[in-house]
Structure formats: structure tokens, C-alpha cells
Design a protein around this ligand. Structure first.
Ligand code: AHR
Length: 523
């Protein structure tokens, strides 16, 4: 049994790897994991770890914003428990107000005296009353409390160029103008920092049912009036990108937006079956589990294939890929409003989050931002609330584990996989990983074992590195394990002792359904 393994020390990433037919051996194969800190690929944008909060169900109202008069502890209406938890998790950016809601949102409805704000029906999401008590000022107060960047999504579908132009003026202009004066009158003397601005959402669907060519022209028109008011402060503009595998949309839009858009969005949800029968979030068998994680892995193909089109039409890489909606989408919890998209969250969701974030890290040269849907109480939420109670989901713990990758340098890493997780139309490797190095030289490697039944063994070799200290932590459990209000800490990150340090790496055994973070320091 001979295994030959070598690394290109120059950092070119040439991996020569010749292994015997390990596959045929009984027992668990020792997989080879190579980390090459000499191969420095790209900065992992912190915003890959971004979030998305829409006026949908109990995400904003109840989940984040309870109002100043609430008995639930709050600062200026924002739940203290939720804000604290999101900060601890390292939230870097928050997208708002939608989603489909964005293309029906008229920002002037959400400013001024609370008592004067319009009450209306949220036609997209559950037909409930939207009282506009959370508007532009409240959003920027939330951003201030979270200490994260703002990502506001404008209305193309049912709005006007003037409305979008004036919103940007209202939010960002510091000089003499009607909108700056109105903002001051409403209590905000200084403008806010608007890092990202989305010009429409899903304009191929709920944002106007346009075709790509038409939208691209609309984008150019609207975007012309999204002004950079402050010297040295460019508002990063996101054009509406494709729905999952709609490669034609990417091609049509990318023919017209480079030079104007900074990013192109991609939306992909992991739906185990179909939109009429998505599958339960908590009641599932191994086949359902395998389908879910293997379908989530299709994100790799999506990022790669959309990027190929972008590379062909924008070789200078002026436009980034922004995956501003992703995550699991299951049937709603029985007994809840179908328009609220409330679902529970298990270790299966944690595996989807962990593998997807590794995919984004690996594509850090093109993926600038990603926003999981949605922060609290909606879809693959990191937080669930019930009255004054709060639960941190398994997905939350993945984000917190991975926050060390933010702004690190992605480094070369390669892992053999003898096993796959399969469904009829999809296949994923058993393990998905990524590795990065911070400015002090500490290496972080996150490895998922998405198999719910098979453990995995890895032998890691780190090029040109003498390992001095190695620390590891793990999130694992049965695929059904979850945190809920009666047992909020059932799933937790724990120190990992299934690892043995070697002089130039380590050996580890990952249990089924697990994600492990290895933190490595050199002598
Ligand atoms: O996240 C829920 C919805 O999914 C969003 O409003 C929309 O953009 C997408 O279809």
C-alpha cells in the first residue's frame, strides 16, 4: 500500500498525488489533507458571512425589532438578546428590506413620526398588516448597534428612478438638498454609511417578471441616478443576477452591466424535493438528509459555472458574485402561517451552512458577499425567538465557528475523498473544506463530514510548517439534533479531542455529521 504525496513549495499549487486503490480497502480510508500556506489565493471577504432580514413573518418584527415600549429588553426598540448574539457571531453585513418585499417597498412610508406612518398589507408574506414602524432610521440604528455594514435593496419592480435616487440622497447626502433636509427634520443630522445598494431583487420573478436583456437596460437607467454623494465613498451597486441555474440571465446581464455594476447577485435555495412538497425541517430520513446536503453542494457548480460566464464577459473581474440569498427552504412548521416561512433548524442545516461557507471561501477570488436567508425566525435562521425567549440554532454555531476566516487569506488546500453522498440527480464529496491564514500566521481549517452515517479519517500535512500548537473544536450530533425552547443548548460547539498533532500536521477522526475547526500555529 503505497501513497505518494508531494507539494510544490514555490506555491504554484501543483499537487502531485498518486495513491493506490484505497477505495477497495475495507474499513475507513485515511484521507490525505494537504494545506499549502505558500499558496495565497485571495482575501476572504468578511461579507461572505453576511445575513439577510426581510419584512417577512417574524424576522424584523418580533425577531429583531420589538419597539421601545416593549417589555422585552431592548435598546431603541432592538432586542438586546438578539443584537448581542449577532454581534458575538461576527455579523459583518445585513441586507434589508427584501427580498420580494423590496420591490414593493416605498421608503417614504417608513420615515417620520411613527403615528403618521402608513399601515398596509404585506401582500407577499402572509397578508398581515405592515405598519412601517421599522423604516430607514430604524434600520440604520440596528446597523449601528450591530457594528456591521449596510446593504439596502432598492425597488425597481414597482418603484421609480426618482424614488430610488431620492432614497440614496436621503441616506447618504451631507450637503444642502431637499432629501438631506428631510432626513435632518426626521432626527438624523448626519448621513449614514451605505456600503452596498441592490438595484432590484429577483427581477426575473417577484421583482417584475422581466427578461435578462430588459432588466440589464433597466439596471443601467436606475443605476445612473444612484449617486456617490461623498468624495471617496463609492456605493457598491449590486445588479439582480440569476435564479440558480439560469445561465442565460447571467449572460444577458453581464453583456451590459460591467463598468456600472460592482456585483451580480445569485439566489439558490436548497429545497430537498420541489416547491409544492419541500419536505419537513425536522421529520426526515437518511434519504431526505442525503438529498438535502448533496443538493446544497450544487452551490459549488453554480458558483463555478456563473463565474465562468462572468470571466468570459468581464475578464478584468470588475463585477463580483454576490450570493445574497441562500440556505435551506423546507415546509413551514405545522400550524404556522404559511406566508411566514418559519422552520426549525437541525444538524442537517448546520451541515448545509458549513459546506456552503467552505465553498464560498474557496471561491473568494470572485465571491465578495453572501447573505443567508434569513436572520431570525425565517427559513434557515441563525436565531429563533418566542416572546422574550431566544434560541441559537445549529446554523448560528457554524457561523460563529467560521468567523475566524473573515478577512483572512485563502490558502491552497486539497482533500481526497473516497466516499460521496448521493441523491438521484446530485452527488457531493463526503468532506468539504477550506483553509485560511490570518495576518499573524495562524492557520484555520474548517472541515465538514457531511455523511450522516460514516466517520472520516484524515491525515493532514502542512507545507513548510512545523506545528507548534494545535487547537480544534467540533459541532456534531445526530442529523436530527436541534436546539429548541425546551432544550436550547442541545447542539453546542465543544473542544475536539479526536485529533493528534504531528510535527508537520495532524491526524484526525471526524464523526458522522460533523464540522471541525482546526487552529494551527507554527513554531
Ligand atoms: O427569502 C424569501 C424570498 O425568497 C425572498 O423574498 C425572495 O427574494 C426569494 O424568492
Amino acid at each position: 500500500l503505497i501513497c505518494f504525496f508531494s507539494i510544490d513549495k514555490a506555491g504554484g499549487g501543483v499537487l502531485s498525488f498518486l495513491c493506490n486503490k484505497i477505495l477497495s480497502l475495507p474499513g475507513v480510508v485515511m484521507e490525505k489533507y494537504l494545506i499549502n500556506p505558500n499558496q495565497r489565493i485571495a482575501t476572504i471577504s468578511k461579507d461572505i458571512y453576511g445575513h439577510f432580514s426581510e419584512h417577512l413573518g417574524r424576522c424584523i418584527y418580533d425577531g429583531i425589532f420589538v419597539g421601545k415600549g416593549s417589555k422585552i429588553p431592548n435598546v431603541n426598540g432592538m432586542r438586546t438578546d438578539v443584537v448581542t448574539a449577532l454581534k458575538d457571531m461576527g455579523i459583518p453585513v445585513l441586507r434589508w428590506p427584501g427580498g420580494c418585499f423590496a420591490d414593493e417597498y416605498h421608503w417614504t412610508d417608513g420615515i417620520g413620526e411613527q403615528k403618521d406612518r402608513k399601515k398596509m398589507i404585506n401582500t407577499h408574506w402572509g397578508g398581515v398588516v405592515e405598519d412601517n414602524s421599522f423604516g430607514t432610521h430604524e434600520y440604520f440604528e440596528l446597523i449601528r448597534q450591530l457594528g456591521c455594514d449596510a446593504y439596502v435593496n432598492g425597488n425597481v419592480g414597482s418603484g421609480s428612478v426618482r424614488e430610488m435616487n431620492e432614497w440614496v440622497e436621503y441616506m447618504t447626502f451631507d450637503g444642502v438638498s431637499p432629501m438631506a433636509a428631510l432626513r435632518k427634520k426626521n432626527g438624523a443630522d448626519k448621513p449614514w454609511k451605505l456600503r452596498y445598494f441592490g438595484v432590484g431583487n429577483e427581477n426575473w420573478g417577484c421583482g417584475g417578471h422581466m427578461n435578462g436583456d430588459y432588466y440589464a437596460d433597466e439596471f443601467r437607467r436606475y443605476n445612473t441616478y444612484v449617486r456617490d454623494y461623498n468624495a471617496g465613498e463609492h456605493i457598491y451597486r449590486v445588479a439582480c443576477g440569476p435564479n440558480a441555474f439560469d445561465f442565460k440571465w447571467t449572460e444577458q446581464v453581464m453583456r451590459k452591466v460591467p463598468g456600472q455594476a460592482d456585483g451580480l447577485s445569485l439566489h439558490y435555495y436548497t429545497v430537498p424535493y420541489n416547491w409544492d412538497h419541500k419536505g419537513s425541517a425536522t421529520e426526515f430520513n437518511l434519504k431526505d438528509y442525503d438529498r438535502t446536503v448533496a443538493k446544497a453542494y450544487r452551490m459549488e457548480e453554480l458558483v463555478r459555472r456563473h463565474t465562468e460566464i462572468m470571466n468570459a464577459l468581464d475578464p478584468q473581474k470588475r463585477v463580483d458574485l454576490i450570493v445574497d440569498e441562500w440556505g435551506t427552504w423546507f415546509d413551514v412548521e405545522p400550524g404556522t402561517n404559511p406566508g411566514f416561512l418559519y422552520q426549525l433548524n437541525t444538524m442537517r442545516d448546520a451541515m448545509v451552512a458549513a459546506l456552503t461557507l467552505n465553498i464560498f471561501n474557496k471561491h473568494a477570488d470572485r465571491v465578495q458577499m453572501a447573505n443567508i436567508a434569513q436572520t431570525v425566525n425565517v427559513l434557515q435562521a441563525v436565531i429563533l425567538t418566542e416572546g422574550d425567549k431566544m434560541v441559537l440554532t445549529p446554523t448560528y454555531h457554524v457561523f460563529k465557528m467560521y468567523k475566524d476566516h473573515q478577512q483572512n487569506t485563502l490558502i491552497g488546500s486539497y482533500l481526497t475523498n473516497s466516499n460521496t453522498v448521493e441523491c438521484e440527480e446530485c452527488s457531493a464529496p463526503q468532506m468539504i473544506e477550506s483553509a485560511s491564514v490570518d495576518k499573524n500566521g495562524t492557520i484555520y481549517a474548517t472541515v465538514t463530514n457531511i455523511s450522516a452515517t460514516k466517520k472520516a479519517k484524515i491525515k493532514c500535512q502542512i507545507a513548510d510548517t512545523k506545528v507548534s500548537t494545535l487547537r480544534a473544536e467540533i459541532l456534531t450530533g445526530d442529523m436530527h439534533d436541534k436546539n429548541d425552547f425546551s432544550n436550547p443548548d442541545a447542539v453546542q460547539v465543544r473542544p475536539f479531542d479526536g485529533v493528534r498533532k504531528l510535527s508537520d500536521g495532524f491526524v484526525a477522526e471526524l464523526p458522522p455529521c460533523s464540522v471541525v475547526k482546526f487552529v494551527i500555529n507554527e513554531k
